[in-house]
Design a protein around this ligand. Sequence first.
Ligand code: BES
Ligand code: MN
Ligand code: ZN
Length: 495
Amino acid sequence: MLKVRITEKAAAGEMTVYFVGQPAKGKPSCPEPLVNELIARAAMSGDFTAKEGQSVLFYPAAVTGKRAGQQRVLVVGLGKEKLTAEAIRKAAGVAVTQIGRTRAKEAVVRLPEKSGLAAPELVERLAEGLILGSYRFRKYQTVKDPEENGPQLATVALAAPATKAVQAAMARGVNAAEAVTLARDMINEPGNHWTPTHFAREAKKIAHGVGLKVSVLGKPEMQKLGMGGILGVSQGSAQPPTLTILEYRVAKKAPTLLLVGKGLTFDSGGISLKPSAGMEEMKYDMSGGAAVLAAMQAVGREKPAKLNVVALIPASENLPGPTALKPGDVITHYGGKSVEVVNTDAEGRLILADALAYGIEKYKPAAVIDIATLTGAVIIGLGHHRTGLLANDDKLCDKVLAAGEAAGEPLWRLPLAPEYRKQLKSTVADLKNVDKRDGGTILGAAFLQEFVGKTPWAHLDIAGTAWNFTEKSYVPKGPSGIGVRTLLTLIRNWK
Ligand code: BES
Ligand code: MN
Ligand code: ZN
């Protein structure tokens, strides 16, 4: 993983990166005379205007060679708009992508001048964008391209005063970004290398590393507790289900936030089998569980003061077979509600229902947030640029919306109302798990709502954003790791 540190040096031998804004009128400029001269020439040709996303790499003649301070100079455009945290992350993503195309092992990154943002804010967002933008998953590629010259980059030094505030901001940025890369690593793992047991194992490793309490409910415990949802979904698979529980505690009297993440390690649809085209993507169906686990790593490292956080990750495979759930089967969830499983592919809500009901009864949280790749319908409705958000509590909903906005992971609220409950009426059980396709995302949430009672609750449907999320310089193809920074921001700002 890319290392980010603070340096008080202004430039490095191998590569120095400058960010330059685009003026409303005229050519871009930079207070550094050498850089100013370079970009003036690039601007004269019309090649460089410093618009957002643009970059240009120089090998300055006067200072090449051993005696020189600057072998390469990379200039990244910031565009015309007022600088935001998100614009800094994106510019950092562009920078690290361009550095990665060279053989430079180390780069010094200069903070944008006159940005209107304070040094700590700049440093935090740069650290996030640099680490997230340099993420690649190469674990299973053993054959190296002999022509490939990158990525060599190991360290980026941010040229900033090493004050306490700057160091703390960098630590926050690094902590958040490393949690996201952890989530991406888990999500990238193929189904045969990432089973419910892996969730339990990884959680123990993380918990021991950062000092969290961890416990795992296995099949026998689930049977005793009557968790018919998780048991039912997993019964067609040779892999036993797990329910992993992580606890971060500050004080008994502090409020508790409960996080629940869908950890469906492979979703074939079960007997209601999915079509084969694109089915390989269903290894990502544990993105919610990965986000929750990764957020707990960050929480464990950061130790926020005011909030207890408990995380539950129900994990299972969903496969067809002689012992699998069948359409029409009736299961009984934790707490006693019965459900007619009309479609075995609507399995996420079944494993979440047990976890929500159990977590709320056991931990009496002040609020609950679940995060899940729950419905294809959210992709139809919102595409890949907004996470679907449904909630039974306006205050909690607003907090989540604000956290997502600040994290560069925007959400969009969809309604919940008693009328939707009618679509879940079953003739044989208390509820059925699907109806016609109408309002699919709302219906998924309406189902979950049956298991949260009056506890303030928000549901994040990340089926459209967990991968193929809005193309961004700091979100490479594949899993985005969405949700990790939203949850962490929410926890950091909790009042
Ligand atoms: N994991 C899927 C949802 C999903 C679909 C995620 C596409 C990412 C991309 C979920 O378990 C599922 O299969 N949902 C069904 C529900 C339907 C049967 C009511 C769906 O969305 O088709
Ligand atoms: Mn499914
Ligand atoms: Zn699923």
